[in-house]
Design a protein around this ligand. Structure first.
Ligand SMILES: [Zn+2]
Length: 175
């Protein structure tokens, strides 16, 4: 890293630690030529994040797509947009702080499911039913049972899928 004071290329890292939100690494540097001190931040660039689907296909991470799939799951649910925005930002921060540019779609789906679970259980079930792509009503019933949700959402996954419309919210599809 070139010294911003004298242009010397020899600078040393004195200290290196994560920034407050964990999305960047902050480095204190000093120049071995002029002794000047400066700070650099190293962060993953969102536009470089790639989502790797189960098929191996890579697509650029798209925050708007993620927001759209989440808002479809939350349709007509009594959840403030502010909380949704914070949830999406939280997911994006987690993705950024993983330090990898290639992220499996299952990882993204898992983060969304975890976040929705604490935000709104109905939206969680909707998302899970599409994300997990239950083929059989019995698979879905087993999932609800495992999650202790049998009484809350005795819906057929096909109905939910229809309720969500034709929108693709499954990260495993070639969307
Ligand atoms: Zn210098």
């Amino acid at each position: 890293m070139r010294c911003p004071f004298c242009g010397n290329l020899e600078t040393q890292v004195k200290d290196s630690r994560p920034s407050e939100d964990g999305a960047a690494i902050r480095r204190r540097r000093s120049c071995s030529e002029c002794g000047g001190r400066f700070t650099t931040f190293e962060r993953v660039q969102l536009r470089d994040l790639m989502v790797v689907k189960r098929s191996g296909r890579r697509t650029p991470f798209d925050r708007e797509k993620l927001e759209r799939s989440i808002s479809i799951a939350l349709r007509k649910r009594p959840v403030d947009q502010d909380r949704v925005d914070r949830m999406v930002s939280g997911i994006v921060r987690q993705l950024e702080s993983m330090g990898e540019t290639d992220i499996p779609s299952d990882t993204v789906g898992g983060l969304v499911m975890d976040a929705l679970k604490s935000l709104d259980v109905v939206a969680y079930v909707r998302y899970a039913s599409v994300y997990r792509d239950f083929r059989e009503t019995s698979d879905f019933a087993k999932f609800l049972g495992d999650e202790g949700l049998d009484n809350d959402a005795p819906e057929d996954p096909k109905d939910i899928r229809q309720g969500l419309g034709e929108q693709d919210i499954s990260p495993s599809d070639d969307a």
